[in-house]
Structure formats: structure tokens, C-alpha cells
Design a binder for this molecule. Structure first.
Ligand code: OSB
Ligand code: MG
Length: 368
């Protein structure tokens, strides 16, 4: 498969409602799409870098620069037998995993289309249906939060995650538990606490949360190991896990009992599979995190979630929870049982809507 051309596009998409986390509130997504042309097929990927460097140091701007000036010169015109070779080819560039994942995942889609098989199958996935959860942003009041959660449970979602920040954790969790004693409930702090907050976080233990996600520093595995010793609630790491060695350090130091895998954060399907396989060998369950992706990133998340050790519901929800209209056909739908049926069509299995993508495009660049 010879890599011939890449088209970068920045599209703007308005979220149905603002999404508030401990680090920012997002209402407009700037999304970098990557269309990779090879001599045998064309594939699509999405770079999950954000508008600001508040979740990770990457942004749409840094990713554009890294792809154009460093990744593309390595891949341009290159003949690869499989997209799985991409990660090693790009290893000379330190970090910038979201930029790498954008282009790497596009090549996986192209390879699967060339081989006329679903991407899930090419990755070695086995699940035909994946379990889904929702991630709910910080709300203005507990009443609004309860109403949101009720609506999502009614839609069938199997697990509820709420975002928390200092001063907005014990009370919302207590209210939710009072109202919904049996649901699978978890919280995500996005690094808003420090080890000195251990007594405060300990107050969440009585509410038997399935996990607390990334309470401490975005790159601080050691402190999470100290915290996990003091908590009954399992810690799940998100921001801290950038590759297989981070996963190993986290699991072997006892910094977490669960890992959230995001394609962008670890650098694409090959790297994600490495983290997945390591966790599987240690009996550490994983789930697929979300980055408010458009349908293209979402489709890649669905394919990745078919790997055997993705046993917990992911932040992979229906298109209609995010967008008035997605950019793929059909849109991603979630069943009343809170599952997504994995598509059987070749590649990512959803068709990018080119005319809609063009009309949303604010910037484009062709790399040849
Ligand atoms: O920490 O999981 C996170 C969104 C943007 C950045 C970080 C995170 C999130 C989410 C949203 O939780 C998950 C989704 O896409 O629904
Ligand atoms: Mg998270």
C-alpha cells in the first residue's frame, strides 16, 4: 500500500450543549480530520487534539504542524505492507501521539478497505456489540444533574460518569446514589486534586463508585500509587497513560486498577493494542475513553473497543448526544440495552459525508 496524498481539514462543529470539565468548558469543537490516499484505498482518521492544551499539550495547531512538517515527510510515497508499520516509522518523533494517531488510524481504515474487511476484524477484535456509557459534564445544580442522569439511564446507557472538581464531588455523588442506588456510577476529576486531598476523596468510598478517574496530576503515576493505597474505590488512569510502559509502571506500582485507553493519547491503533494486551496479561480491565469526537473518531473508537479486554462500558455514545447532525452516514446509534452494534462494512464501517464535511471546513491543506 503506497501512501500518495494526505488531506488535512479543520472543521468546526457545535456541541448540542456546552461540556464542562474541571479544566475548561467546550461548546465549539475544532476538529482536525485526516484523509489518507494510498494507491489501493482511501482512509479517514480524526486527530483528537483539543482547542487548548489543557487536557494534553497537543492542540489542533501543534498537530497540524507535526503532521505536515515531520510525519508526512516520513510517510510520503512510502510503500507499507500494513498500517501496523506506521507506529515504528514515526517513532523518531517524540510524543505528539494525537498527531500520530490521526494519520495512523486513517491508514488503518485504508488498509481495511483495501482488504475489504471491517476495521474491527483487521485489528483482531471479537466483540460484535460494545457496551456504552455516558460522560456528563459539571452541571449548574444537583437537580439538573439528576435530570440528565435520569434521561441517559432511560435511553439505556449502562454506566454513568460525572465530571467532578474540588468542592463539586461529595454532594453530587451523594445525591445521585440516593436517587439511583444500583447504577454503575463513576467520577472523572481530570487531574483537579492533589495528594493532600486524599481525606476528601476518601469520603467518596461509601458510595461504592466503580472507579475514580484521574484524580491527580496528569503525568504523576507515583502519587496515584500513594492515593490508591488509601482508597477502597478503584482508581482508573486516563491522562497518565501515554504508552505501554506507562501502563506497566501504573499497574506494577498499584497506581490504578483500571485503565482508560484513548487512541489519540497513546498514538493510534498499534499503540492502543499494546496497552490493551499488556493490561489483559495482568487482568486489568480497560475501556475506551472519548474526546468529544465526530463520527470518524467515534467509528475508530468502536472498532478498537471490539478487542477482548475492553470489558467495561466506554465513553462511546450515540452521535445525537453530541451533534445536531454528525458527519458520517449512518450516524452512531445506541440500542435500548445501551450497546452499539459493530458495523460489518469495510474499514470504519461508516461513510464520511463529503459534502457536509466540505461545508464545515474552515481550513484545508493537501500534502503530496
Ligand atoms: O477526561 O475523558 C475525559 C472529553 C474531553 C477531554 C477529556 C475527557 C472527555 C470526556 C468526554 O470525558 C467523553 C466523551 O467523548 O463523551
Ligand atoms: Mg478522563
Amino acid at each position: 500500500m503506497r501512501v500518495r496524498k494526505v488531506v488535512l481539514r479543520e472543521i468546526h462543529l457545535n456541541l448540542i450543549e456546552p461540556f464542562e470539565t474541571s479544566f475548561e468548558t467546550t461548546d465549539l469543537r475544532r476538529i482536525l480530520l485526516i484523509e489518507a490516499h494510498t494507491d489501493v484505498a482511501t482512509g479517514w482518521g480524526e486527530c483528537t487534539a483539543g482547542e487548548h492544551p489543557y487536557y494534553s499539550y497537543e492542540t489542533v495547531e501543534t498537530a497540524w504542524h507535526i503532521i505536515r512538517d515531520f510525519l508526512w515527510p516520513i510517510l510520503r510515497g512510502r510503500d507499507i505492507a500494513s498500517a501496523s508499520e506506521t507506529w515504528d516509522l514515526l517513532s523518531r518523533i517524540r510524543g505528539h501521539n494525537m498527531a500520530k494517531a490521526g494519520i495512523e488510524t486513517a491508514l488503518w481504515d485504508a488498509e481495511a478497505k483495501w482488504k475489504n474487511m471491517p476495521l474491527s476484524q483487521l485489528l483482531g477484535g471479537s466483540h460484535l456489540e460494545i457496551p456504552c456509557g455516558v460522560s456528563i459534564g459539571i452541571q449548574d445544580s444537583t437537580e439538573e444533574l439528576l435530570a440528565k442522569v435520569e434521561k441517559e439511564l432511560h435511553a439505556g446507557y449502562q454506566r454513568v460518569k460525572i465530571k467532578i472538581k474540588p468542592g463539586r464531588e461529595v454532594e453530587p455523588v451523594k445525591a445521585l446514589r440516593g436517587r439511583f442506588p444500583r447504577i454503575r456510577l463513576m467520577v472523572d476529576a481530570n487531574s483537579a486534586y492533589t495528594l493532600a486531598d486524599a481525606p476528601l476523596l476518601k469520603r467518596l468510598d461509601p458510595f461504592y463508585l466503580t472507579m475514580i478517574e484521574q484524580p491527580l496530576g496528569w503525568n504523576d503515576i507515583y502519587s496515584h500509587a500513594q492515593l490508591q493505597k488509601q482508597l477502597d474505590t478503584p482508581i482508573c488512569l486516563d491522562e497518565c497513560i501515554h504508552n505501554g510502559s506507562d501502563a506497566r509502571a501504573a499497574v506494577e506500582t498499584g497506581a490504578c486498577r483500571i485503565i482508560n485507553i484513548k487512541l489519540g493519547r497513546v498514538g493510534g491503533h498499534t499503540a492502543a493494542r499494546r496497552v490493551h494486551d499488556f493490561c489483559q496479561s495482568k487482568n486489568v480491565p480497560v475501556w475506551c475513553g472519548g474526546m468529544l469526537e465526530s463520527g470518524i473518531g467515534r467509528a475508530h473508537n468502536i472498532a478498537m473497543s471490539t478487542l477482548a479486554n475492553f470489558t467495561l462500558p466506554g465513553d462511546v455514545s450515540a452521535s445525537r448526544r453530541y451533534w445536531h447532525e454528525d458527519i458520517i452516514e449512518p450516524e452512531v446509534e445506541v440500542s435500548r440495552q445501551g450497546t452499539i452494534r459493530v458495523p460489518a462494512a469495510p474499514g470504519i464501517g461508516y461513510v464520511p459525508r463529503l459534502d457536509r464535511i466540505e461545508s464545515l471546513t474552515r481550513r484545508r491543506e493537501m500534502l503530496e
